[in-house]
Design a protein around this ligand. Sequence first.
Ligand code: FAD
Length: 111
Amino acid sequence: TYSKSGPADVEELGRSSWTLLHTIAAKYPNKPSDTQKQEMKQFMTIFSHVYPCGWCAKDFELFIKENAPKVDSKDDLGRWICAAHNEVNEKLGKEKFNCDLWKKRWVDGWD
Ligand code: FAD
């Protein structure tokens, strides 16, 4: 899938970025410290500012403004990122993902 050089297109960038974001949640503590919570909120805000697809970044920024990042536990963060991803799925006419299954997909695996 990485057959061509040069800038990643919006699809490749998106797949890679969702992998990063869901994996960050998968590795996030069940009981994060205040510093970890603070840093995760800042990370999401900064991510929405630097994401290298302008219209994607704008929509993610808006999502964050309307839905403050939930950073109190691994499950809270995983479900929040799942909801953010579903918002984009919906916008693109893709199937919505059942967020009860986020850990099965990104922590335990099903194959
Ligand atoms: P992806 O949507 O990349 O998903 C990869 C895998 O994640 C799926 O195969 C599935 O196993 C799993 N998955 C799917 N949904 C969820 C979920 N809700 N929770 C957990 N796991 C899930 N593209 C645009 O064209 N326009 C945009 O405005 C746009 N905005 C984006 C904003 C952000 C912040 C990001 C990270 C990406 C954005 N994208 C946008 C890219 C788009 O979301 C997809 O990544 C891209 O279209 C490739 O889709 P895909 O079908 O390969 O699967």
